[in-house]
Design a protein around this ligand. Structure first.
Ligand SMILES: [Zn+2]
Length: 458
């Protein structure tokens, strides 16, 4: 076949013969043909009965697998030193939601991709993380402090600027969250929250659409660990606090079930960003080995990362090794048990009927853009989702939460032509999501190796 990667000149494209997992959750179609015109899917049907026009460029899918392009629901496209949009695309991530960045920055990154200057994913964003109290200095560059008396005006200003959702951060209190949610919903925007001051189920009652990380489980802390003012902790201190008592939690306790019920009754989705916890520097030990990617000193990706991210990644791994080295066996045991409980809480929420979405928080704490989402899906399966459900957590579910089900997230006529051709079956082993041969993003065909090769030269 002629080289079509990166070309925007192809009008008609057909992926023929693959087993297609369309993202809706229904059984795969096999062998199937996906018809694409321009940047849209125009048809999906069984290969024997789905005609392909003579002028279409064919992609041979026989013996292969197709899934929708992946969505990472929690990223920070970040500063130029940490921004490589090609990494997302090479990993099959065709849409990202930026959950905290200044409007002019995220809008500029989006413009660079939309104009074709750089290959990259569709970028949706919330603009800055909103804070009503004193901001943590380390993240102030991604935040905006506002006067809670002006909550509605603040949401309106972001809505008028064209954001895709609202991000509430650490110091936002329940009543402010409730007002922000009411206004955001009136403007057709979902609300995402990283909770501290709004505690546990208070976020669901306030109307928050997605709780980020596993902070919502803070409500389950045993009495001796309750925090009088959680918003006084910075995000790293809060993370440390969770790990101090999580190992003692009984994930089958009534309080856990009640929290699940509150979230589910309110329709609040959980985006646990498990890779963030798996990558935590600490005493997990190399035997547990849960990090957002393989040992950076052995991975071929390291030289391709933005230098600032690569340096941080190597540094974090050195910290992890050092911490694992000096930790007592008892401390390691507690940390492993805490980690098992995090997985049990996410799995329990899912089994209770809650909706889980896939996000990574990349490139925070050196989580590698794009590729970390493969690990997130693997961890979601370990938590108890089936491979099909994990794929939905990164395709259909995000589109639903963003009110974009008619645009992306599934493979059907009328949707954006965002799909991945895989060499092996992702339903047999979720890690096969990483075995990507082609990435089609808005009708443009990319080969992961070529995208990465461009970074190598650059
Ligand atoms: Zn984040």
């Amino acid at each position: 076949m002629t080289d079509i990667s990166g070309s925007r000149e192809i009008h008609r494209l057909a992926v023929v013969g693959a087993r297609v997992v369309d993202g809706t959750g229904r059984a795969p179609v096999e062998p199937a043909t996906v018809l694409i015109e321009g940047d849209r899917i125009v048809g999906l049907g069984p290969s024997p009965t789905t005609g392909v026009s003579a002028d279409a460029t064919l992609i041979d899918g026989w013996g292969k697998f197709v899934i929708p392009g992946l969505v990472d629901m929690h990223v920070h496209v970040y500063t130029p030193e940490k921004w490589h949009p090609e990494l997302f695309l090479a990993a099959g991530v065709t849409t990202v939601l930026d959950l905290g960045g200044q409007l002019h920055d995220v809008a500029a990154y989006r413009a660079a991709v939309e104009s074709g200057v750089r290959p990259g994913p569709r970028i949706l964003f919330t603009g800055p993380m909103l804070e009503e109290g004193e901001m943590y200095a380390g993240f102030a560059g991604f935040c905006r402090r506002f006067d809670s008396a002006r909550t509605e005006a603040e949401v309106d200003a972001l809505a008028d600027a064209g954001v895709d959702g609202i991000k509430l951060y650490v110091t936002v209190r329940p009543d402010t969250a409730r007002r922000a949610c009411a206004r955001a919903h009136a403007r057709g925007l979902p609300v995402f929250m990283h909770q501290h001051a709004t505690w546990g189920a208070e976020a669901a009652m306030a109307g928050v659409d997605s709780v980020e990380h596993v902070n919502v489980f803070g409500q389950l802390a045993p009495p001796g660990f309750w925090l009088a003012e959680p918003a006084k902790l910075n995000p790293f201190e809060y993370g440390g606090w969770l790990w101090r008592w999580l190992s003692d939690l009984d994930p089958r306790a009534d309080a856990v079930r009640h929290l699940y019920d509150s979230l589910i009754a309110a329709g609040t989705v959980l985006d646990p960003t498990l890779v963030l916890y798996a990558a935590r520097p600490g005493a997990l030990g190399d035997d547990v080995g849960d990090t957002s990617m393989d040992d950076p000193e052995r991975t071929k990706l390291l030289p391709l990362l933005p230098p600032a991210v690569g340096k941080e990644l190597v540094g974090r791994w050195a910290e992890r090794r050092a911490a694992a080295h000096i930790a007592s066996e008892a401390a390691k045991h507690r940390m492993r048990h805490a980690w098992d409980n995090i997985l049990a809480l996410v799995g329990g929420f899912h089994r209770a009927g809650g909706t889980v979405m896939a996000g990574t928080d990349c490139p925070n704490v050196a989580i590698v853009s794009g590729f970390s989402l493969h690990r997130e899906l693997e961890l979601l399966v370990r938590a108890g989702l089936s491979p099909m459900e994990a794929i939905m957590a990164a395709t259909r579910r995000p589109a639903e939460r963003l009110g974009r089900s008619d645009v992306f997230g599934t493979i059907a006529a009328g949707r954006s032509a965002d799909l991945l051709l895989l060499a092996a079956d992702p339903l047999a082993d979720i890690r096969n999501v990483g075995r990507i041969e082609r990435v089609i993003c808005r009708g443009v065909v990319h080969e992961p190796e070529k995208l990465l090769g461009g970074l190598r030269r650059g």
